[in-house]
Design a binder for this molecule. Structure first.
Ligand SMILES: Nc1ncnc2c1ncn2[C@@H]1O[C@H](COP(=O)(O)OP(=O)(O)OP(=O)(O)O)[C@@H](O)[C@H]1O
Length: 263
């Protein structure tokens, strides 16, 4: 699926929090949205699945304004992994992942063997197959997050919207989750705080500063020490992994400007 935001201006609580954001995500591309707390990442993601009406501008999914699409059509085509997981008291992991199949069924639809095949594969990919029979409410935060990813995969959507999907995960699962997402080949927009993950797994990144897209392009071109200082107020150096040859950011702490601002 191709996603476009056209001059998208969004408000929360009567205040403009995203201003004239224009971004195109090509089919199969992984776009990272980066920015400080409160810069508008989640707000943009909400608009991308029609949960928030723009003040002005549009979100288009394969050329169609999302505001004109039915909830069911959006649910069939877009999978969302939000920051606050839904309360699922009593469901097992497998049952929770099966919920991802709901938009594909008719009104009285039952689970088909295909549904369970898709659920099994999704649980394998997200690393929760061994937890299939465990109640979701007794999982750790990271296990729950992986369950949500499995559900998003089971949905077989054409667009994945992930809001800080790695925030409860241990180091190995952070890499694994982003690797899995990148390998799915589905158009993905992912709000991230970890710049190194963006460098490693995003095809392009959009950097937000107080609701405005201030940089857009390939992460290695965009994530320079100057940008990191300007947007995050953190001093950084770019280094190259001596073995893999990949670019990394070495974060050295807040800049003098940030310390002044915070005192
Ligand atoms: N429900 C709401 N009502 C009023 N203001 C809101 C609401 N949700 C978010 N905001 C405000 O909108 C702005 C953008 O918030 P948003 O959640 O999009 O930021 P974010 O970049 O995702 O932040 P974080 O990194 O902290 O998750 C912030 O100033 C926030 O306080």
């Amino acid at each position: 699926m191709r996603l476009e935001t056209l001059d998208l201006t969004l408000g929360r609580g009567g205040r403009e929090v995203v201003t004239a954001a224009s971004v195109v995500v090509e089919p199969g591309e992984v776009l990272g949205i980066l920015g400080a707390n409160g810069s508008g990442k989640s707000t943009i993601l909400r608009a991308c699945f029609g949960a928030l009406r723009p003040v002005s501008g549009q979100v288009r999914l394969d050329g169609t304004d999302v505001a004109t699409m039915s909830r069911r059509e959006i649910a069939r085509r877009v999978a969302v992994m939000a920051q606050e997981p839904p309360d699922e008291f009593g469901l097992t992991v497998a049952e929770s992942v099966l919920l991802g199949r709901t938009p594909h069924r008719g009104v009285l639809g039952r689970d088909s063997p295909k549904d369970w095949r898709v659920v099994g594969r999704a649980m394998e990919l997200a690393g929760v197959a061994a937890l299939a029979d465990r109640p979701v409410h007794r999982l750790s935060g990271g296990e729950r997050q992986r369950t949500l990813l499995a559900r998003a995969i089971a949905q077989e959507a054409e667009l994945l919207l992930l809001d800080e999907p790695t925030n409860h995960l241990d180091v190995s699962y952070r890499f694994e989750l982003m690797h899995t997402v990148a390998e799915l080949g589905i158009t993905t927009v992912v709000a991230l705080h970890e710049l190194d993950l963006a460098l490693a797994y995003c095809d392009r990144v959009a950097v937000l500063d107080r609701g405005r897209v201030v940089a857009l392009g390939e992460p290695a071109d965009i994530l320079t020490p100057a940008l990191v200082r300007e947007v995050f107020g953190v001093e950084a150096s770019r280094i190259t992994d001596p073995e893999a040859g990949t670019p990394h950011l070495l974060l050295r702490g807040t800049s003098a400007r940030t310390r002044e601002r915070n005192t």
